[in-house]
Design a protein. Structure first.
Length: 254
């Protein structure tokens, strides 16, 4: 059963259940790592991922996904004014889209990579139940090399640092590849960007959406966020890199 088979009531109920079971207190979440496709096999993990946000936390959501080889432009953003899901209409943030175009030459408003394979629709249905009102920006990575990934990460860091925006990075890693995640997180914790980029450029990563995931790591590190994966909990999901990145609480002295 895919995401479009769920009603608003089912999605809302699942989010409420996950929020009730969430560890308290929770720190503010800025980044989500969500599966590229949402279905009955991973929906409970998705509820846990999205349970860290509340109705009025964000007014804009940026959904980043890898779509290698789908277009000539490196970082295309679809031109839609709004997008429709079974739960209703969501408007694009046109001003933010133009801000990214002004930031670097590799950002384009272009529909070549916007097809039936995009992850945008899956995420939007959950977001429509998790947030009260928001606009959306969709970014596809069509060239997963280190230069493009670092360029995208820098633009996200700079443009969104002071904005009320949530970033959703779409990516998957099968549970049989736990060794790869361990290596990646070792590089992340040790601020070894070269190690991360070597894995990216090797073309041998098992991650679906590796460019999206690497971009998320770079932004999370720049913002000093703490990354948690739902697979770290007792009820491990099938996607090892489903999770979230939240603000780190500062110790209180005195």
């Amino acid at each position: 059963m895919n995401i479009s088979s769920y009603s608003r009531e089912e999605l809302t109920s699942g989010l409420k259940r996950a929020k009730k079971n969430r560890k308290i207190p929770a720190a503010p979440v800025r980044i989500l790592f969500s599966p590229t496709r949402i279905n009955s096999e991973n929906i409970e993990d998705v509820f846990r991922i999205y349970s860290g946000i509340s109705k009025d936390d964000f007014d804009t959501v940026i959904i980043v996904e890898s779509h290698p080889g789908s277009a000539e432009k490196k970082l295309p953003m679809p031109s839609f004014k709004s997008v429709e899901t079974p739960l209703g209409e969501v408007f694009a943030n046109d001003k933010l889209r133009n801000d990214f175009c002004d930031e670097d030459d590799d950002f384009f408003i272009n529909d070549d990579a916007f097809d039936d394979e995009v992850c945008l629709y899956d995420q939007l249905m959950v977001l429509q139940c998790a947030l009260e009102d928001f606009t959306v920006l969709s970014i596809q990575i069509t060239d997963e090399n280190s230069f493009i990934v670092k360029e995208l990460a820098f633009a996200l860091e700079e443009i969104l640092s002071a904005r009320n925006a949530l970033i959703v990075f779409c990516c998957d890693l099968d549970e049989s590849h736990s060794y790869e995640l361990a290596d990646l997180m070792s590089f992340y914790e040790n601020e070894n960007v070269s190690g991360l980029m070597n894995i990216l450029n090797s073309g041998e990563s098992s991650i679906r959406g590796v460019g999206s995931f690497m971009t998320g790591l770079l932004v999370a590190k720049k913002w000093n966020l703490k990354i948690s994966f739902v697979s770290d909990e007792s009820e491990a999901g099938t996607n090892l890199i489903s999770g979230f990145a939240e603000m780190q609480r500062q110790p209180i002295f005195g």
